[in-house]
Ligand binder design. Structure first.
Ligand code: FES
Length: 118
């Protein structure tokens, strides 16, 4: 994708889903991008091998917020084993692509998810 964000990214950035604290979470992980300092904290409630609920809090750029929002929606109700296979490239693809130079922003989501599922 060229230098601007697509409609899926803009929708999730302007109307982020599942923002906030998940009080009964049993998996939490805070990922930080060492290059820019942006952070993503992911909270999951895992029950019987499934992700029953997901929330996030992020301090980040448009791509990081959109990726976090999309991730939490994608995760809710999903099998843990399937969630473990998600890569940042696949996430960027589901977002309709990210502009050149912004693909690394979806790595935060991948790292936070891996941290929660470890
Ligand atoms: Fe930091 Fe996008 S610029 S995650």
């Amino acid at each position: 994708m060229a230098g601007r964000y697509g409609p899926v990214v803009m929708d999730h950035f302007l109307n982020p889903r599942r923002v906030g604290e998940l009080e009964n979470a049993n998996a939490r992980f805070r990922a930080e991008n060492q290059a820019c300092g942006d952070t993503l904290e992911l909270h999951l409630r895992i029950e019987d091998g499934k992700i029953a609920d997901a929330r996030f809090r992020a301090l980040g750029c448009t791509a990081a917020i959109a990726a976090s929002s999309f991730l939490t929606e994608w995760l809710a109700g999903r099998e843990v084993e399937e969630a473990k296979l998600l890569t940042n490239d696949r996430l960027a693809e589901m977002l309709g692509g990210l502009p050149a130079g912004k693909t690394h922003c979806s790595v935060l989501a991948e790292e936070a998810l891996a941290g929660c599922l470890a």
